[in-house]
Structure formats: structure tokens, C-alpha cells
Design a protein around this ligand. Structure first.
Ligand code: HEC
Ligand code: HEC
Length: 150
């Protein structure tokens, strides 16, 4: 649901929630809208956790003075930057290849791509792709070469 949710929150926070818009004070949003409400942002973050099978600290670094707590605005963790790219990619896929091509009324088909479409509860989709490659032997030599190069 993530792509749709992000599109919805992008539009609806701007139009319908001027009060929340004034009250949000995010320090370091580069992809999500600056005026996103706390509820919407937390919904997105919890969807990330569920889709990747991780918790918040997978992407958010610990505070320098208190390692027990997370510094959500910090970009110290590479996974956070990767997640930004994934967010842009997912929105691009939906806006280019899905949403404009869905006739109304909607048929029973995939209408959007979400984090979970690829991740399926794994931070690294390669975890289950290794199982798939047994079914598609042609993938195996490719993967072995990639491993050697690393
Ligand atoms: C898969 C990676 C990922 C996970 C897991 C994740 N986040 Fe985030 N979070 C991000 C990214 C990326 C941004 C910045 C989005 C942007 O730049 O628009 C962000 C931004 C935030 C912000 C805004 C900080 C600011 O002021 O700029 C908060 C608060 C936040 N996350 C809380 C959480 C919480 C709480 C959890 C766990 C429930 C969580 N995040 C899990 C990737 C993640
Ligand atoms: C089209 C498929 C696809 C979609 C959609 C997708 N991802 Fe990914 N993601 C991948 C693949 C494949 C990798 C592994 C890349 C590698 O390691 O070579 C990955 C890796 C990542 C990583 C880094 C690996 C790790 O261990 O955490 C993060 C973080 C991540 N994705 C977050 C997200 C988030 C958040 C979304 C939704 C906004 C998302 N992804 C949507 C395919 C996808």
C-alpha cells in the first residue's frame, strides 16, 4: 500500500490539514513532503518495518549522547539513504507504469508496487531470490560471478 499512501498523504496533507501542516517540524525530509503529519509519517515508517522485517534502528542511527535512543534526523546510516532511493523508485514505478494505465472501473490486477512487493518481509530480497534461482538455473552462473567480483 505504500505507494498509494504516500501519494495520498502528499495530496491530502496539503489540502485538508492546514493545522497539522503548521505544527510539523521535521528536520531532514528530502523525499516525503515537509508538511506530512506525524500520523502519516509514522504510518509510512511502520510500513517500512513490516515490509523489510526490521525495526527502526535498521535505518536510523543511535543518538551520540544517548545510545539507547535513535536520532531520527541523522543520515549516519547508509540504509536510510538507500531507503530514500527506494522510495523515489517505488513512486516512479507507480506513476509511470501503473496508476496512469489503470482503467476505471479497476480490473482485478496489480495496480501499484509497494516496498513489500519486492521485500516480502526481508531487508534483502536476495535472501529469497536464492531460492528462486534453483528454479531458474540460468540465474546461478550470474550470481556466482557477481560474488567473485565483490
Ligand atoms: C527502511 C528504512 C527505515 C526504517 C525501517 C524506518 N525509517 Fe524513519 N526514515 C527513513 C527515511 C529514508 C527517512 C527520511 C525520509 C525523507 O528524506 O523524506 C526517515 C525519516 C524519519 C523521521 C523524520 C526525522 C526528521 O525530523 O527528519 C522520523 C521521526 C522517523 N523516520 C521515525 C522512524 C520510526 C519511529 C521508525 C520505526 C517505527 C522508522 N523511522 C523506521 C527510513 C526508515
Ligand atoms: C522493485 C523491487 C523493490 C522495491 C519496490 C523496493 N525495494 Fe528495497 N531493495 C530491492 C532489492 C533487490 C534490494 C537489494 C539490493 C542489493 O543488495 O543489491 C533492496 C534493498 C533495500 C535496502 C538496503 C538493504 C538492507 O539490508 O536494508 C533498503 C533499506 C530498502 N531496499 C528499502 C526499501 C523501501 C523502504 C522500499 C519501499 C519504499 C523498497 N525498498 C522498495 C528491491 C526493491
Amino acid at each position: 500500500m505504500i505507494g498509494v499512501i504516500i501519494t495520498l498523504t502528499t495530496n491530502s496533507t496539503k489540502i485538508h490539514h492546514p493545522v497539522n501542516e503548521m505544527n510539523t517540524d521535521w528536520k531532514n525530509l528530502k523525499v516525503l513532503p515537509q508538511n506530512i503529519t506525524k500520523d502519516s509519517l509514522m504510518f509510512v515508517m511502520h510500513t517500512f518495518n513490516a515490509s523489510l522485517g526490521v525495526d527502526c534502528s535498521h535505518c536510523h542511527a543511535a543518538q551520540k549522547d544517548n545510545p539507547e535512543k535513535l536520532d531520527f534526523a541523522s543520515d549516519a546510516k547508509m540504509n536510510k539513504e538507500i531507503a530514500r532511493g527506494m522510495l523515489v523508485m517505488t513512486n516512479d514505478i507507480n506513476s509511470k507504469y501503473f496508476l496512469p494505465h489503470v482503467p476505471d472501473p479497476k480490473p482485478k490486477q496489480i495496480t501499484s508496487v509497494y516496498c513489500i512487493t519486492c521485500h516480502r518481509g526481508n531487508s534483502n530480497p536476495e535472501a529469497y531470490l536464492q531460492g528462486v534461482s534453483k528454479m531458474i538455473p540460468i540465474l546461478m552462473p550470474l550470481k556466482k560471478n557477481e560474488m567473485k567480483m565483490k
